[in-house]
Ligand binder design. Structure first.
Ligand SMILES: Cc1cc2nc3c(=O)[nH]c(=O)nc-3n(C[C@H](O)[C@H](O)[C@H](O)COP(=O)(O)OP(=O)(O)OC[C@H]3O[C@@H](n4cnc5c(N)ncnc54)[C@H](O)[C@@H]3O)c2cc1C
Length: 410
């Protein structure tokens, strides 16, 4: 039976940084990873470019992006926050650039470079990596893990870190095993939802514009008729509803909104009804004597959306523009400012960037990531009940909690 000072279950970003930290402190350290290779999800992150943190300098503002549970991170961030993360990556040879929304990416090499550098650090520090080694269960007795069982062996350690990720994108290896392990140690798992995920609509017409990407639009969210949120930015239509950055971000809140949920899409949020009406009239004027209505629409929305707008509106596509009445123009303007969709649920975990919910934070010491129920158990990464919006916030949870979990505290 192998024995280590620190044993980490899961070789994703949280597990890797925990291993680097523990080994750098002289701990004999091992990672048990069920896949044949490590960091599969990390490789997908940021579409392969790895938006590994965010440049927001105000820690309070940073933490507010995680909602209520964010305050759990104050302690970890005070020791190893976004700044320290950037210094860490610079020191291991990952130069970085800041982009729109203060997203931080590697300057070159993308996710593969981040992964390669983390693995190189593990190698330098003598971290033992067991690939294709799924952990099956923990043997817990009187608030203490005696050993863990893998496919073909038992392994013991002074300290165990669960870094198995959440349930999202299970094809990367994150199949939710860590929740089961946590429960074996007596932990509570809060309700799990897919987050940062496309949204389904009751209406089937979004498929008419599937793949159409809209920029600078505003989505208003109405719960039982009362506006509860709004977002400005990019979204897209899919075969089953809507997706894109503002939709994905709203998806994390959808489970909290119990009741009839309506999205109202404003295609031209910077234009008032009056100004937009003038604009439509100008386009009509230009086409008088030679144009049909669809050509007006073509000047107002992306071409992939023309068919959808004609379907939703009442004006026949081939109506000569000179016959379009003021009432028809007013109706079309109202449509452009208020396209309504009924939210019918979220896509599942297969398509979710992160999991909302996880190991209850009440049962973990925020200064050490140590279980309050099991004296040699720690947690790091997405398995925790922490999730943020896109922009580097989710990987930052992994770096901070992984680093702290890998530290020697007692
Ligand atoms: C498509 C996509 C794009 C993303 N882009 C970004 C981005 O740009 N920026 C950002 O901040 N976040 C991004 N995220 C989120 C981010 O990738 C995750 O939050 C992060 O990978 C979680 O890290 P983790 O180490 O906690 O878990 P994971 O990365 O899920 O790693 C867990 C590891 O544990 C292993 N494991 C699981 N069970 C067992 C077991 N029983 N035994 C042994 N090993 C096990 C898994 O195989 C896996 O290797 C993205 C996610 C996705 C899906």
């Amino acid at each position: 039976m192998d024995r280590f000072d620190t044993l980490i279950i899961g070789g994703g970003p949280a597990g890797l940084i925990a291993a680097i930290r523990a080994s750098s402190l002289g701990q004999s350290t091992a990672i048990l990873e069920k896949n044949a290779s490590l960091g599969e999800k990390l490789l997908l992150s940021g579409k392969g470019r790895c938006n590994f943190t965010n440049g927001e300098d105000d820690i309070n503002a940073f933490i507010s992006r995680y909602g209520e549970n964010g305050k759990f991170l104050y302690s970890a961030f005070s020791k190893f926050g976004p700044r320290e993360t950037m210094v860490f990556f610079a020191n291991i040879g990952v130069a970085m650039v800041e982009e729109r929304g203060r997203r931080i990416f590697p300057k070159e090499g993308g996710s593969q470079k981040v992964l390669d550098r983390l693995l190189l650090e593990c190698k330098k520090n003598g971290v033992k990596i067991f690939r294709s080694t799924p952990v099956k269960s923990l043997k817990v007795k009187n608030g203490h893990i005696d050993y863990i069982i893998t496919g073909n062996d038992e392994v013991t350690a002074a300290k165990y870190i669960i870094a198995t990720g959440g349930k999202s994108y299970p094809r990367t290896g994150s199949t939710g095993d860590g929740y089961r392990f946590a429960q074996q140690a007596g932990h509570t798992i809060t309700e799990l939802y897919p987050a940062l995920v496309p949204i389904r609509t009751a209406e089937t017409w979004p498929k008419l514009a599937s793949g159409c990407n809209l920029r600078n639009v505003r989505l208003h969210v109405f719960l039982d008729g009362k506006e509860v949120a709004e977002r400005f930015g990019e979204m897209e239509f899919t075969n089953f509803g809507v997706s894109g950055p503002i939709v994905m971000e709203l998806s994390s809140h959808v489970p909290d909104w119990k009741g009839e949920l309506i999205f109202s899409l404003d295609l031209k949020p910077s234009l008032t009804h009056e100004i937009l009406t003038e604009r439509v009239k100008r386009e009509i004027e230009k086409l008088k004597g030679q144009g049909r209505f669809f050509r007006v629409v073509r000047t107002l929305v992306p071409k992939e959306m023309v068919r959808l707008m004609l379907e939703l509106g009442d004006i026949p596509h081939d109506k000569p523009v000179e016959y379009i009445s003021d009432e028809e123009i007013a109706e079309f303007v109202s449509l452009m400012k208020d396209i309504r969709m009924t939210v019918n649920g979220l896509w599942g975990f297969n398509n979710a960037v992160v999991t909302r919910g996880g190991v209850s934070l009440k049962e973990i010491d925020p200064a050490t990531m140590k279980s309050k129920l099991c004296d040699n158990l720690y947690f790091a990464g997405e398995v925790l009940d922490l999730n943020g919006p896109s922009g580097g916030f989710n990987l930052q949870v992994c770096w901070s909690t992984g680093y702290i979990a890998g530290s020697v505290n007692d």
